[in-house]
Write a protein that binds this ligand. Structure first.
Ligand code: AP5
Ligand code: MG
Length: 231
């Protein structure tokens, strides 16, 4: 199965993704995390991404589409995957439709996490992340057990470079202009709007219900997750 976690910056996509990945045993793929890894590794793509991310703009469609194709060609994605932060433009959604069709996946489940902007601003300004394992914390709502230190591996938590008020504002503009139209693209699909302005455990319960229904739908269609290639 293919699940898309959709929603504005800071709505909680990266918080929910690991739990979904663990429960349904599919990889959680975040194009944002992949781009930050490129920046950290100072690759040519990373050098370009550093500039674009710092402006709160979107990376070009061809670049992220290529990244996605490479990532889902790994064996862990064969039975399905969760996408966090992709597609972010109608062009990416159209590309993904064709890719899924070609690979024999059923249409994706879209889970749209909806949170008011004022709540998001507060969440993002208090977000901290582990640079080693990527786990996401919040100083107010989901704090680590020991201040400033990751519960899982003891690394010192960091603040994302694009979490400044000015860049967050630009990311919102991009979301409104480029990403929101993607909702219309999926209006006839398996689309669910989830109130994500609640404790993350409650949000996860809704997510579980929708994924269970979707997984039944996939099973009823009784087709293999991927069409076997003819030899
Ligand atoms: P990306 O990394 O995807 O950033 P984003 O979409 O802006 O979303 P965030 O990661 O900021 O938020 P989130 O929804 O994951 O929230 P989180 O769980 O962390 O993309 C970064 C950049 O990369 C883009 O700006 C763009 O330049 C580029 N990019 C990426 N994908 C691209 C694409 N497809 N095309 C083109 N460019 C692309 O939660 C936020 C905070 O809230 C945390 O502190 C968390 O602890 C807290 N929190 C979460 N849930 C709750 C809750 N229920 N209650 C209380 N607190 C909560
Ligand atoms: Mg995220």
């Amino acid at each position: 199965m293919v699940i898309l976690l959709f929603g504005p910056p800071g709505c909680g996509k990266g918080t929910q993704a690991p739990a979904i990945s663990r429960q349904w045993k599919i990889p959680a793929i975040s194009t944002g995390e992949m781009l930050r890894a490129e920046v950290a590794a100072n690759t040519p793509l990373g050098q370009h991404a550093a500039v674009v991310l710092a402006a709160g703009k979107l990376i070009g469609d061809d670049t992220v589409n290529d990244m996605l194709v490479q990532r889902i060609s790994r064996p862990d994605s064969e039975k399905g995957f969760l996408l966090d932060g992709y597609p972010r433009t109608v062009a990416q959604a159209t590309f993904l439709d064709q890719l899924l069709l070609r690979l024999g996946f059923l249409r994706p489940l879209i889970l749209h996490l909806s949170t008011p902007k004022s709540v998001i601003i507060e969440r993002i300004s208090n977000r901290r992340q582990c640079p080693t394992c990527g786990r996401i914390y919040n100083l107010l709502f989901l704090p680590p057990a020991r201040p400033g230190v990751c519960d899982d591996d003891g690394s010192r938590l960091i603040r994302r470079k694009d979490d400044t008020p000015e860049i967050v504002e630009n990311r919102f503009v991009e979301y409104e202009d480029q990403t929101k139209p993607v909702i219309d693209h999926y209006k006839d699909g398996c689309y669910h709007l989830i109130n994500a302005n609640r404790p993350s455990s409650e949000v996860f319960r809704d997510i579980q219900t929708f994924i269970e229904d979707y997984s039944d739908f996939c099973a009823r269609n009784a087709v293999p997750p991927r069409i076997k290639k003819a030899h």
